[in-house]
Design a binder for this molecule. Structure first.
Ligand code: A3P
Length: 293
């Protein structure tokens, strides 16, 4: 393992092993009952994975806890050095119905998912908290490029020069497609505000009915603290040579608005000005963004 450089796939910077195996990923064969959980990295992927897995197992935390998150819901495009099998190889062997995680921007998702009209749950997180979370993740994830200084990282993020490319293009790409696909577009901030409301939305989308008791159980098991303490959800099963959690925990803070402890006023103002330019013309709105709000 090492910090892999980023390589372009159709203009999007992605970790080198993924780019080198791009044909295999692009040709992935989805099945009609596959469910895709799609996110920009650090938007709340693991949280949504745990919610979906518990819903699919009728809230049975014992069953859902039998293996780490990334084993229960594998990562489509991940490619590790041999002998570790690629995400595609792993997913090809899973019995249906399958739940699959991806960070690919909409235009890079294998076409087969759309040919089969697969359901997709997208989670979006406001840009500044997403950036902060990604910065700390790139410090501890020893397979991604060094983040550099905080100031440098803001530059990389705004230029889309990080793994899986531009946050702006990513969140907009799925947003523009939401009505044309079987897609639930969820927000991290909504999940924090009212987990029950958002879990019920996911259940409705998955056409799953569960008793109030079971829903309460799911809320409990997917709360930040319980997930942080759950070795099957907190990535402690990953060796320190990949995720060096002594640098920064995978389950770091789980807050909305943590960006205010990182950005200076000047950095925030410059970020906001650039944000308005990049997000002009979209109806996509995030609730927490500016100091004034
Ligand atoms: P922070 O770094 O801000 O703490 P992903 O799963 O996409 O990699 O996202 C990880 C981010 O989601 C981290 O954010 C992590 O703490 C947060 N997260 C994970 N589970 C959560 C939960 N149950 N509630 C709130 N935030 C959660």
């Amino acid at each position: 393992w090492r910090r892999f450089p980023l390589k372009l796939v159709e203009g999007v910077p992605i970790m080198e092993p993924i780019a080198d195996n791009w044909e295999m990923i692009a040709n992935f064969q989805a099945r009609p009952d596959d469910l895709l959980i799609a996110t920009y990295p650090k938007a709340g992927t693991t949280w949504m994975q745990e919610i979906v897995d518990l819903i699919c197992h009728d809230g049975n935390a014992g069953k859902a806890r039998r293996a780490p998150t990334h084993v229960r819901i594998p990562f489509l495009e991940i490619c590790s050095p041999p002998p570790v099998p690629s995400g595609v190889e792993v997913i090809n062997k899973i019995a249906s119905p399958r739940v699959i995680k991806t960070h690919l921007p909409f235009q890079l998702v294998p076409k087969s998912f759309w040919e089969h009209n697969c359901k997709v749950i997208y989670v979006a997180r406001n840009a500044k908290d997403n950036l902060v979370s990604y910065y700390h993740f790139d410090r501890m994830n020893l397979t991604q490029p060094e983040p550099g200084t905080w100031e440098e990282y803001i530059g990389k993020f705004t230029q889309g020069n990080v793994g899986w490319g531009s946050w702006y293009d990513h969140v907009r790409g799925y947003w523009e497609e939401r009505d044309k696909r079987r897609m639930l577009y969820a927000f991290y901030e909504d999940m924090k505000e009212d987990p029950k409301r958002e879990i019920l939305k996911v259940m409705k989308f998955l056409e799953k009915e569960l008793s109030d008791d079971v829903v309460d159980k799911i809320i409990h098991h997917t709360s930040f603290q319980v997930m942080k303490d759950n070795p099957m959800a907190n990535y402690s099963s990953f060796p320190e040579t990949i995720f060096k959690q002594s640098i920064s925990s995978f389950m770091r803070k789980g807050d909305v608005g943590d960006w205010k402890t990182h950005f200076t006023v000047a950095q925030s103002e410059a970020f906001d000005e650039d944000y308005r330019r990049k997000m002009a013309g979209t109806s996509l709105r995030f609730r927490i963004l500016f100091f004034a709000v």
